[in-house]
Design a protein around this ligand. Structure first.
Ligand SMILES: [Fe+2]
Ligand SMILES: [Fe+2]
Length: 215
């Protein structure tokens, strides 16, 4: 059998190389802008926040509003607004008859939005979002009375997310550069479930997000 020439062999490899690099290229190109965030809230923000008297949009607005009223930076207000974006990105979870936790599902929503946010926001926005679930596990371990503030759905998800941190894990978490911001976000997260609370509209907080978007 005659071996193919080097150029012919390389041509044959090109589709293989293209396939190998395509996911990486797509990931780098993948990002989200404010118009897409607004569209997500418009299309999916009306879904009830699991077991709570507020929708996903109301929860996000209340969380951002609590952050703003507390004098948080624009980055942390933006993190508060977007901390549960991952819930809205899971298409099949928008029509579940019960909350994911009631079905025994940890949706890992704290991670799901991160690849999309990476091109749009710096770590000061992304890290508190990534850590807001671990912050709950940390607060349960370190702050007396915090566990009693958790909603039934948060208690169910706590078990699915790894449960209360042990001492070593809590020490590691506290040493993280963004732990303090994640804890602040988490405390607003717990409060941001108030039926009928008036907040500024989404456009107000999108303007805040615009100020900290990457160029
Ligand atoms: Fe969350
Ligand atoms: Fe939340």
């Amino acid at each position: 059998m005659r071996m193919s020439s080097r150029p012919a062999r390389l041509r044959g490899l090109l589709p293989v190389i293209a396939r190998a690099f395509a996911p990486t290229a797509a990931l780098h190109a993948m990002t989200i802008d404010l118009a897409e965030i607004a569209r997500l809230f418009a299309e999916r923000g009306g879904v009830a926040y699991a077991g709570e008297p507020v929708s996903q949009l109301e929860h996000a607005l209340q969380c951002a509003w609590l952050a703003e009223q507390a004098g948080a930076s624009d980055a942390l207000v933006t993190a508060a607004l977007l901390h549960d974006l991952g819930h809205m990105l899971i298409a099949e979870h928008q029509t579940l008859s019960r909350s994911p936790t009631e079905l025994g599902i940890d949706d890992r929503h704290q991670y799901i939005a991160l690849p999309l946010l990476r091109g749009a926001f710096d770590v000061e926005v992304r890290e508190p979002i990534r850590l807001h679930v671990d912050a709950k596990r940390y607060l349960c371990a370190t702050r007396p009375g915090y566990f009693s503030k958790l909603s039934p759905d948060s208690v169910r998800s706590l078990a699915l997310q790894g449960g209360v941190m042990d001492e070593a894990a809590a020490t590691r978490f506290a040493a993280h550069s963004w732990a303090a911001d994640a804890v602040r976000l988490r405390l607003w997260d717990e409060e941001a479930k108030m039926e009928g609370l008036e907040t500024p509209p989404l456009v107000h907080f999108l303007a805040t997000a615009a100020r900290v978007m990457l160029p």
